[in-house]
Write a protein that binds this ligand. Structure first.
Ligand SMILES: O=P(O)(O)OC[C@H]1O[C@H](OP(=O)(O)OP(=O)(O)O)[C@H](O)[C@@H]1O
Ligand SMILES: Nc1ncnc2[nH]cnc12
Length: 183
């Protein structure tokens, strides 16, 4: 196995070890994957950001904008954006952003919601990545993609820590998906 691949697998194992699963949260039948233990370990947070940074540098053109999804995408988005020398743009749940916004409704694993993005936050033809902690049905990421496309942004890739592969959410997304680990 190449040294690079060994390193990648070590990083994945470190993060996997820190995750915690909560059955029947927030609803019966959902196994909730909790990423917050990662944030009790600063070395693990650095590892995670470096892991995503390396993916971007090795596989993507220059990233202009990192879009993070409310709320857990905000934990990683600004840190990754700083490392990449990119802007950070938040996609927020409806009614939280001031000024003119564009909106999209979506359905996720446990309910429906609306996302907003501030008008003009992304310029036409900017290269964008969309980052979140987890993809389940893909409803949230897909709605964020709609907002990026309405703004004229060019989506290079979607990045997640966790992909729930049984729900097959990645297949509806309009750009390549990188997930660090899969359940
Ligand atoms: O692929 P999907 O089925 O759309 O589900 C994934 C989304 O669900 C969770 O967010 P949630 O809406 O629970 O918000 P939170 O980050 O505020 O907890 C998660 O952080 C993703 O954004
Ligand atoms: N199973 C799950 N765990 C954590 N966040 C989620 N968002 C959607 N499904 C989820």
């Amino acid at each position: 196995m190449a040294i690079h691949e060994q390193q990648r697998e070590k990083e994945v194992a470190t993060i996997k070890e820190l995750l915690r699963a909560f059955p029947d949260f927030p609803q019966k039948g959902i196994v909730f994957q909790d990423i917050f233990p990662i944030f009790q370990d600063p070395a693990a947070v650095k590892l995670l950001i470096t892991h995503f940074e390396r993916y971007c540098e090795e596989h993507l053109s220059k990233v202009d904008v990192v879009v993070g999804l409310d709320a857990r995408g905000f934990l990683l988005g600004p840190m990754l954006a700083c490392q990449l020398g990119a802007a950070f743009v938040p996609v927020r749940k409806q009614g939280k952003l001031p000024g003119p916004c564009i909106s999209a409704q979506y359905t996720k694993e446990y309910g429906t919601d609306h996302f907003d993005m501030q008008l003009g936050a992304i310029q036409p033809n900017q290269n964008v990545i969309i980052l979140d902690d987890l993809i389940a049905t893909g409803g949230s990421a897909s709605a964020a993609a709609e907002l990026v496309k309405q703004s004229g942004g060019n989506i290079l890739s979607f990045l997640f820590i966790i992909e729930l592969i049984t729900l097959d959410g990645a297949k509806q997304l309009p750009a390549p998906v990188y997930s660090m680990l899969q359940f």
